[in-house]
Design a protein around this ligand. Structure first.
Ligand code: AMP
Length: 311
């Protein structure tokens, strides 16, 4: 039976400076991307904070996706704002401005009805707050967390505590190197797994993602797209798709995780096809099914991969 995903993290207005032009006041935030992605698969619950400037139409849009917004707090002040500028090749970006606003005092309060959520995704917030989330939920089946360089260098103790409490860490390769102190990705993964999480996903942008767990390493490609519009939130959509798939099938086995990675990569690939959350917000199950077919073709080598057979 389908299980619920709880998503905790930022809900934001982003100002995006893309090579194609400027896009101000775009609905964003890690939790927005993740919950929209997860909502394609299963019942999704959102915990975050917005200000008085957050349009009710945005809340309605999230609800129209079946997302339970009972944990979306409305505080006095302005919604979190982030401004970024992308390089012409979209491969790197610079943060131009971060205004925490109501997010500065955010203490995630998990509504009583959300505490039994079996699948929990802690978006990139202070690791102490991520720990508070873990402490508030009741024996979930899978707790996943994201983090970033800012916390890796600034809050190593809190992050170390968090790593001992989560099942799955989802980070990018640069973060994995900084966190582990190893340049080699496989060594970095082994070191991170020694620190607590049972599973680790290392995202490598348009080069796909690697899963490391007790069964070894597994690779999922990124879908090769001709038209990439905006990479913002791809990692968050990836994580939402992953958790949504696992919760839909209520399966945390190694094979389910490997299958879920294709859905995660599919959601990441859709995300970059539109500005902000626009593409993810318009997706249908048929779109997801089509992209999964494309993934199948991408990795189908039509036979047995067996050297002895060749000889
Ligand atoms: P990503 O592209 O996966 O890094 O996610 C982009 C989203 O993260 C944007 O929509 C931002 O609003 C949000 N974001 C940017 N900086 C932060 C931060 N310091 N804490 C939480 N969320 C952030």
């Amino acid at each position: 039976m389908k299980q619920e995903v709880l998503v905790v993290g930022s809900v934001a207005f982003d100002d995006l400076e893309m090579p194609t032009g400027s896009f101000p006041d775009v609905l964003g935030g890690a939790a927005t991307y993740s919950s929209l992605a997860a909502s394609l698969f299963t019942h999704t619950r959102l915990v975050g904070v917005v200000g008085t400037d957050f349009d009710e139409a945005n809340v309605k849009m999230l609800q129209a996706h079946g997302i339970d917004t009972a944990g979306l707090e409305r505080a006095n002040g302005r919604t979190f704002r982030w401004k970024g500028r992308y390089a012409p090749d979209l491969m790197s970006r610079t943060t131009l401005d971060t205004q925490l606003n109501v997010f500065a005092d955010f203490r995630p309060k998990i509504p009583a009805a959300f505490k039994s959520s079996p699948y929990v995704l802690c978006g990139n917030i202070h690791p102490r707050l991520q720990l508070e989330v873990v402490e508030q939920v009741e024996r979930p089946k899978l707790v996943a967390a994201d983090t970033m360089n800012f916390w890796i260098s600034g809050e190593p103790k809190a992050l170390a505590d968090l790593l001992r409490k989560i099942d799955l860490l989802i980070i990018n390769d640069e973060e994995a190197r900084e966190l582990s102190g190893h340049h080699n990705i496989a060594r970095a993964a082994a070191e991170i797994l020694r620190r607590g999480p049972k599973q680790l996903i290392i995202k490598r942008g348009d080069c796909g993602a690697l899963l490391f767990d007790s069964h070894g390493a597994f690779f999922v490609p990124a879908y090769p797209l001709e038209d990439v519009v905006d990479p913002t939130g791809a990692g968050d959509s990836f994580a939402g798709g992953l958790m949504g798939y696992l919760a839909r099938h209520d399966d945390t086995s190694a094979h389910a995780m490997r299958r879920a990675l294709f859905f995660a990569s599919a959601l990441g690939s859709f995300c970059v096809e539109g500005i902000g959350t626009t593409r993810v917000a318009k997706l249908t199950p048929a779109d997801v099914a089509r992209r999964i077919e494309q993934f199948r073709a991408l990795v189908d080598y039509g036979g047995k991969l067996d050297f002895a057979h060749e000889a």
